[in-house]
Design a binder for this molecule. Structure first.
Ligand code: ADP
Length: 473
């Protein structure tokens, strides 16, 4: 279905409108000119014939020979058979001759009004009768004895009218057909011309910051569309450069910050051990050290994210058992949980083989478990489960902690997003943990999603394809 707002519809509608108006004007003009030409032609013929009769017959007659004149006209012109009107009138108004009813019965000669006295020699006129119109040409002549006569010759306008009606029918049928054919042709042409637009739009829709190296199709047609796609491709190139530049900046900055932070940390640690310092100073040093630690973690997270953005996750690709990795990670993390009086249960049957960067997938489990433990109050429970499901490895981390409000759910995987800034900061988070989870998952072709009920708990679910030959078993 074509939308009335689409470019092709609007173009074709304009085109059809302009074409219809042009055709109507052209048709109207043709009709008017043709009618004029036909009538003028017929009138001219009648006038010529009237002049002929005047010159050849009337000029040689006289008042006494009028009877003979009638016979000659009948013989030479047979007006009734030729559907012609002939009338000869003397200057004093007496009717000398009038033809009978024509064979076609188009007009009644007795009803033709007398020629206007003022009508000049050779004049023509159109007379409307009850049934049809009569086209009359007239000529004046002087007989041999000086008597003046007026000769009128006419013919019915009906045959010319019939011809015009035919022309009108042809125009009435032909014009809409011509408009339809032209519009259909125009529509096909416009559709064909705009077809690359749909392809460019589909491709543009598919390009995101993750595949910025791709380009829009360029149809080498030399037209505006080619220029448009080339211009858009140049724009994508510039965007790609800019994004690459800012990614590179984050990577360089986080890399450069690591060493001074490590040095600072070391110096602060040795300073804090100095027995000569007062307890207050040592306390301040302790909290500065905490902040430096936090800063260090943020810098490490940023560095990890920038390496993931650069596609480094593929460097250490191995096959391994995700269930086993989950079990050992849960065991390591449960120490942290015990401090908080949170229980970590792991439910994973070995043999969930996946392919990927083992250290980074471990990071996913660590971040999810860390959050679950962080946001679950003492006495709570965290469950980690790994299983196979229709060719996929499913990893789930569920807790019965504080949960996430519905309005925050779509944002938790964004960089530096924290549901409750103050709450999260107290717990030491900068809002990068889940962003790292998301990046690692994307690099492994995995999806991560979350369902949560505030006050009841959250469940994070990672769905990753099983290793190629492990999927069937
Ligand atoms: P942070 O390091 O600050 O925890 P994350 O990216 O790991 O950052 O998480 C983003 C936000 O999602 C956090 O601020 C936190 O409020 C919320 N969140 C993550 N996991 C959980 C969870 N298991 N329960 C409740 N809230 C969570």
């Amino acid at each position: 279905m074509i939308s009335p707002r689409s470019l092709s519809f609007r173009l074709v509608a304009w085109y059809a409108g302009v074409l219809t108006v042009t055709f109507l004007l052209l048709g109207g003009l043709t009709f008017v000119l043709m009618r004029h030409y036909l009538e003028a032609n017929l009138l001219d013929t009648q006038a010529r014939r009237a002049r002929q009769i005047a010159a050849t017959l009337v000029a040689h007659t006289s008042a006494a020979r009028e009877q003979a004149l009638r016979g000659e006209v009948e013989n030479l012109y047979s007006p009734e058979i030729n559907d012609r009107f002939i009338r000869i009138t003397r200057a004093d108004g007496r009717l000398v001759y009038v033809s009978g009813a024509p064979r076609s019965a188009d007009f009644d000669p007795s009803q033709v009004p007398p020629s206007p006295a003022s009508s000049a020699r050779g004049a023509t006129r159109k007379v409307r009768l009850a049934s049809s119109a009569l086209l009359i040409g007239s000529a004046d002549a002087s007989a041999a004895d000086g008597t003046r006569y007026r000769v009128e010759v006419g013919t019915s306008a009906a045959p010319a009218g019939d011809t015009l009606t035919h022309v009108l029918v042809v125009l009435a049928v032909g014009l809409p057909v011509a408009v339809l054919v032209a519009v259909a042709g125009g529509f096909v042409l416009v559709q064909r011309a705009l077809e690359p637009v749909a392809r460019i739009a589909a491709k543009a829709e598919a390009i995101s910051q993750h595949n910025l190296s791709e380009r829009l199709p360029v149809v080498p047609s030399g037209d505006e569309l080619e220029r448009l796609s080339i211009a858009l491709n140049h724009m994508i190139s510039r965007l790609e450069e800019a994004i690459h530049g800012s990614k590179q900046f984050v990577a360089d900055a986080s890399h450069e910050l690591r060493t001074p932070l490590t040095v600072m940390r070391g110096e602060l640690e040795s300073l804090a051990q100095d027995e000569q310092l007062g307890s207050e100073t040592r306390e301040t040093l302790g909290s500065v050290l905490e902040e430096v630690d936090r800063l260090g973690e943020i810098v490490e997270s940023l560095f990890a994210l920038s390496r993931l953005d650069a596609g480094e996750a593929h460097a250490e690709w191995v096959r391994f058992d995700l269930a086993e990795l989950a079990a050992t990670t849960a065991e390591q993390m449960s120490l942290l949980a015990t401090d908080k009086d949170v229980r970590v249960d792991c439910d994973s049957a070995p043999g969930v083989i996946v392919e990927g960067d083992r250290a980074r997938l471990k990071q996913v489990i660590v971040n999810l478990l860390d959050n679950a433990i962080k946001y679950t109050p003492g006495g709570g429970r965290v469950r980690l489960a790994v299983r196979r499901e229709a060719g996929f490895a499913i990893l789930e981390v569920a807790d019965d902690g504080v949960g996430i409000p519905a309005e925050a759910l779509p944002h938790v995987f964004k960089r530096f997003y924290r549901v409750d800034g103050s709450r999260s900061r107290e717990q030491g988070g900068a809002g990068l943990g889940l962003a790292i989870v998301k990046s690692i998952c994307s690099a492994h072709g995995a999806e991560v999603e979350v369902v949560s009920t505030p006050g009841k708990g959250s469940r994070f679910r990672v769905r990753q394809p099983l290793a190629a030959d492990a999927a069937g078993g």
